[in-house]
Design a protein around this ligand. Structure first.
Ligand code: AMP
Length: 218
């Protein structure tokens, strides 16, 4: 089964994607993580994407579709996979439909209030060395500003700075929110209340996945 995680930046797609991946042993593809790694390594892709990402804008559809195509070919897709941060535009969603051609897919739309996502994004810190993610509100590191796993100094993503968060949200409303109706029309969108604890959201997601799996077996 393919699981698409849809929602505004800060809705918790990455966190829930990791939990689903671990529990059901299916890979997660995060276009944001792939791009950040490319930027860190200074690859040609990273050089193209760096400035756009720092400004909180969207990387072009053709670059993103290229990344997705390569990644899907690389992984073992038989058990399914999770998409975090893709698709983000109608064009990406339409091109992706043509790429995969089967409808064993659910779209989990995590709905979250704007105030809450600003609170979450501005308190997020990441480890530039091992990629661990912390929340100064919910999951702070044991030692202030230091990664629990590897001891590196934590940083704030450039695009999590207040002026960029607002811009990313506007872009989300314009380019990505229309996907809610797009997938509603396809009949495979499930809305999940995102203004609550990680465990509660995850438990709902597990119910949905298991129900879907039962339907497929019938
Ligand atoms: P994320 O970690 O998903 O918030 O992504 C971080 C940044 O990577 C975004 O603000 C965009 O600049 C870029 N990005 C990630 N996924 C996509 C996508 N599907 N389409 C366009 N840009 C993307």
């Amino acid at each position: 089964m393919r699981i698409i995680l849809l929602g505004a930046p800060g809705a918790g797609k990455g966190t829930q994607g990791d939990l689903i991946s671990e529990k059901y042993n299916i890979p997660k593809i995060s276009t944001g993580d792939i791009l950040r790694e490319a930027v860190r390594k200074g690859t040609p892709l990273g050089k193209k994407a760096k400035e756009v990402m720092e400004q909180g804008k969207l990387v072009s559809d053709d670059i993103i579709l290229g990344i997705i195509k390569d990644r899907i070919e690389e992984i073992d897709c038989k058990k399914g996979y999770i998409l975090d941060g893709f698709p983000r535009t109608i064009e990406q969603a339409e091109s992706f439909e043509n790429m995969v051609k089967d409808d064993n897919e659910i779209v989990l739309y995590i709905n979250i209030k704007k105030d809450e996502l600003i609170r979450r994004l501005s308190s997020r810190r990441i480890c530039p060395k091992c990629g661990a993610i912390y929340s100064l509100i919910v999951e702070p590191p044991k030692k202030d500003g230091i990664c629990d796993n590897c001891g590196a100094t934590l940083i704030q993503r450039d695009d999590d700075k207040p002026e960029t968060i607002e811009k990313r949200y506007k872009i989300y409303l314009k380019s990505t929110e229309p996907l809610i109706n797009f997938y509603k029309k396809r009949g495979n969108l499930v809305e999940i209340e995102g203004n609550t604890e990680i465990e509660k959201i995850f438990s709902k997601i597990c119910d949905i996945i298991e129900r879907q799996n039962d339907n497929i077996k019938k």
